[in-house]
Write a protein that binds this ligand. Sequence first.
Ligand code: PRX
Length: 676
Amino acid sequence: MSDKNTVETSEAEIAVHWKEEEYYYPSPGFIAQANLTDESVFDRFSLENFPDYYTEFAELLTWYKYWDEVLDTSDAPCWKWFRGGQLNASYNCIDRHLAKNRNKTAIHFVPELEDEPVHHMTYQELYVRVNEFAALLKETAGLKRGDRVTIHMPMSAELPITMLACARLGVIHSVVFGGFSSSACADRVVDSNSRVLITMDAYYRAGKLLNHKAVDDEACELAEKDGQKVDKMLVWQRYPGKMSSDAPLVEGRDVVVNDELKKYYGARVEPEKMLSEEPLFLMYTSGTTGKPKGAQHGTGGYLAYVTAMSKYIQDIHPEDVYWCMADIGWITGHSFIVYGPLALCASTVIYEGVPTYPDAGRSWRIAQDLGVNIFHTAPTAIRALRKVGPDEPAKYDFHFKHMTTVGEPIEPEVWKWYEKEVGKGKAVIVDTYWQTETGGFLCSTVPGLQPMKPGSAGPGVPGIHPIIFDEDGNEIIKGAGKAGNICIQNPWPGCFQTIWGNRQRFVDTYFGMYNKDPNSKDWRDWPYLTGDAAVMSEDGYVRVLGRIDDVINVSGHRLGTKEIESAALTVPEVAEAAVVPVNHEVKGKEPELYVSLKPGYEASPELVQKVADAITFEIGKIAKCRNVWIVPDMPKTRSGKIMRRVLGAISNKGDVGNVMTLANPEIVEEIQKMVG
Ligand code: PRX
């Protein structure tokens, strides 16, 4: 990790952090129906019983062949879960439900235009469509087990169909968030060596029909320049039978899926019997370098883990209508819109657009009209919904029994609004702390067993044993009131297997800090470093304070400061770039960018715009910076390192501390005047 890999959170900072220690208890009604109410789970899932307790999770799935070994540590720390077992994720999410539930809704797709009907797709329809599309992937696109495919699609029913068709064939999918730019998509196509890109012609977002295919035409061009030719682009139509994008079809490369599917009506494709440890998908995420890393998730371990988390922490029952508001392009969507809920035969909601368009009541109308009873969202959405319509939820007739918050710390007062107004005082809330890499939850309360504490995620979920280390690897005991690096002592099945194509980066980043013997095959020697600072209180509840590395959490989306800086450096006039997180009322954090220019160039509004445009082009609108400041020079240490801490203090109007040891202390005041 970077030179910033230290716990900078001082005790003073923790003191100003919220100090609430209030408990909220689940209602007897909730407990009576909860999936997990047996307290002995914590004894069964103790470290002494590791790793065998995880067979309880694996038993939730249907296997063609049971495993030979629960945990194979021979290639530590690339753990192999349920080694030798065979299964198929698509079979587990679809086929096995057909005998009893073929007419049950698998997916409710809610289009943005409210006069367009909601599509209630049954498990039978999902089965038929996944099979037909799998046949197309196999025959038209020539894909086979182990190939990688990049999927750059908006929220639509066709996105899970595409993922599950890949899983059926053993093709490794790499879904790229629909809002990412052509350049970001191209990088992922190149890194995963995808020769097939799957897209959709257009989609609605906040009142506009966006031309999405044009973005992917550009992605193909960029990828080819970078050495990866896309020889097939499969284009789903937002309105079947009609192109909603004016981007021309490229002869020989582009295939209109809805036309091509006519060849495969009625086709059935046998699910591949995948080894448990074979990869299911890649999910690219930001790290400390400019290059996103492809987190590789396995089949058996991942699916067992997300199914168990959906059952015991999300408390999903087959009769529930479950709505997770995330985008499927992020890990939350993979685990908790697609794989977990469908493996449990629930009805999962997918919606197009944004929660606050056309008005502040949209989310609550969807919940009311579909009878949603489990609701999953992020603090950013909660803050936004509270801001635009604090009294809106009361106007609609919906009743949640269970709600989730995920992705960022939630302020206790926001938590309390969520509980009172959205949960109507009747829902339990789980604050789930986890990461792209972890596949599923690390910390959360078990909703039927443990009380909630606003602002705290909760203890490790059953089976996860968190520990807080100081810089030297000494444990900071619970209740000490000191922050440290939160690590997980044991491996778990949902954890990613490696970084695609870069095992060394995987080992160094996640295990380098506290591993004492790189040759050890004993899992006890490999605590997993999350990259977050946290405090553990007396009761074992974890309060996450934020990242210790160069990663910013904007609206619950993870961005690497280096990624944004690299984007700024593509502008020829820019000499240096530094990004700092600035506090934001709704988004939590927002990036702010400082750049200095090469000699001979002058700052101008046009240049500011050029830098801003480069960031949108390289990454996408989600990386938009609050301001781009062109400064005469960066504050630097005598050894030439940019002092981001000082810039961060300036942006957040905080104390810059003693700057006299800098090589150029006078610049600090100059920048302060500029920023105001
Ligand atoms: O800093 C933590 C924060 O989000 C990071 C992971 O981001 P990502 O990989 O995009 O996954 C987001 C969805 C799980 C973590 O390192 N984070 C996640 N959940 C919480 C959180 N911070 C505080 N509380 C949470 N519940």
